[in-house]
Write a protein that binds this ligand. Structure first.
Ligand code: NAD
Length: 334
C-alpha cells in the first residue's frame, strides 16, 4: 500500500523542499497545507501514515487526540524544540516523535559573526548618518576584529563554527564549556572559568542552551566582571540574558554594543508584522532604537540551507517511523 505523509504549516519558503523530497520519494504520497495543526485541522491528515509539523502553537492534548482519532501517531517536527508538546498525552496515545536538532550550525554562527563585525565597525551608526546626508567619518571609528579577544561560551555545534569564523577575521579566540571538546582543548582554547573569560574577552558570545542553570547567566554580576567596552552577543536564547542588566550596562557605557537575535519576551512579538499596530513591548522598542544594539527577530537560523535541511530531515525521519525503522533523531516521549 502506498504510504502517505501529510505536512502542516508549510510556508512558501519551505514548499520547494517539500516538492524536492516528494520527487525523490515517488513511493510516498505527500500532501501539505499552510494551516497550523489544531484539533480542527487535524482531519486534513486523514489517511496519512504520519505527519510533519512545525509551529509555536501548543500541541495540546486535544490536538494530539484529534490526530490519534485519524489513526496517526507518528509525528516529525521540522525544528528542535519540543516543549510545546503535551508529552503526557503523547505518551498515553503511543506517539512516536522526531525532531531536527542540528540543521545548519553555520546559519547561526555566520549571523552572530556578521553582527559582531557590524557592531565593531558601528555600521548602524554609519548607515543612519549616511541616510541623513552626514558623510563625515568622525567620530564613527571602527574596531578591527583582529584586535579583539573573543570569548565563546559553549563550544557545541554553533559555538565551534563561530570560533572558526572569528579566527578567520584574525581574532584571538578563547572559550569556556564545562564539557570541553578534546580537539579544542588540545589546541589550548579553553579558560578555566567564566570569570576568566569575562576578565579577558572584548566580545562575549553565548552559544549555550537555555537550561534552568543558565537562566539569566548574563546578569548584573556577570557584566560587572567583564571588560569596559565589551560587546555581548546573544544568538542563542533570550532567557540567558537579564535584559534590564544589559540596558543598565548600555546606559552606563560599560557595554559597547549588544547583539540580540533572541529576547526573553519574544514569544508573540517576533515573526509578527507590527507596522500598523501599536508596538507591544516598550523595552524592546527602546533597544531597537539604540544605534549600538542590533536586534534581529530570531532569524539567525533562517537561511535556505537550514530550511532545506529542516524539511528534508523531518520527512526522512517520518518515513523511517512509518516504515518501522529507527529514526535518526527520535525524541523521548513522556
Ligand atoms: N538564533 C537561532 O536562530 C538559533 C537557532 C538554533 C539554535 N540556537 C541556540 O543556539 C544555542 C547553541 O546551540 P548548539 O546547537 O550549538 O548546542 P549544542 O548542544 O551543540 O552546544 C551547547 C554547548 O553549550 C555547553 N554549555 C551548556 N551550559 C554551559 C554553560 N553554562 N557555560 C558554558 N558552556 C555551556 C554545552 O556543554 C554544549 O557543549 C542554543 O541555545 C540553541 O537554542 C539559536
Amino acid at each position: 500500500m502506498v504510504k502517505k505523509i501529510f505536512a502542516f504549516s508549510i510556508r512558501k519558503d519551505e514548499e520547494p523542499y517539500v516538492k524536492e523530497w516528494a520527487k525523490d520519494h515517488p513511493e510516498v504520497e505527500v500532501e501539505y497545507t499552510d494551516e497550523l495543526l489544531t484539533p480542527e485541522t487535524a482531519a486534513k491528515a486523514k489517511g496519512a501514515d504520519g505527519v510533519v509539523v512545525y509551529q509555536q502553537l501548543d500541541y495540546t492534548p486535544e490536538t494530539l487526540q484529534a490526530l490519534a482519532d485519524e489513526g496517526i501517531t507518528k509525528m516529525s517536527l521540522r525544528n528542535v524544540g519540543v516543549d510545546n508538546i503535551d508529552m503526557a498525552k503523547a505518551k498515553e496515545l503511543g506517539f512516536e516523535i522526531t525532531n531536527v536538532p542540528v540543521y545548519s550550525p553555520n546559519a547561526i554562527a555566520e549571523h552572530a559573526a556578521i553582527q559582531t563585525a557590524r557592531i565593531l565597525r558601528q555600521t548602524k551608526v554609519l548607515d543612519e548618518k549616511i541616510a541623513n546626508g552626514d558623510l563625515r567619518w568622525a567620530p564613527t571609528i571602527g574596531r578591527e576584529v583582529r584586535d579583539q579577544t573573543v570569548g565563546v561560551i559553549g563550544t557545541g555545534h554553533i559555538g565551534r563554527v563561530y570560533m572558526q569564523i572569528m579566527e578567520g577575521f584574525g581574532a584571538k579566540v578563547i572559550a569556556y564549556d564545562p564539557f570541553e571538546n578534546p580537539e579544542l582543548k588540545k589546541q589550548g582554547y579553553y579558560v578555566d572559568s567564566l570569570d576568566d573569560l569575562y576578565a579577558q574577552a572584548d566580545v562575549v558570545s553565548l552559544h549555550v542552551p537555555a537550561t534552568k542553570e543558565n537562566f539569566h547567566m548574563i546578569d548584573k554580576d556577570a557584566i560587572a566582571k567583564m571588560k569596559d567596552n565589551v560587546v555581548i552577543v546573544n544568538c542563542s536564547r533570550g532567557a540567558l540574558v537579564d535584559t534590564d542588566a544589559v540596558i543598565e550596562g548600555l546606559d552606563s557605557g560599560k557595554i559597547f554594543g549588544f547583539i540580540m537575535d533572541t529576547y526573553e519576551d519574544e514569544v508573540g512579538i517576533f515573526n509578527e508584522d507590527w507596522r500598523d499596530k501599536e508596538f507591544p513591548d516598550k523595552r524592546l522598542k527602546d533597544l531597537i532604537d539604540r544605534s549600538n544594539v542590533l536586534v534581529t527577530p530570531h532569524t539567525a537560523f533562517y537561511t535556505t540551507h537550514a530550511v532545506r535541511n529542516m524539511v528534508l530531515n523531518a520527512f526522512d525521519n517520518n518515513l523511517k517511523l512509518i516504515n518501522g525503522e529507527e529514526a535518526d533523531t527520535p525524541v523521548k516521549v513522556g
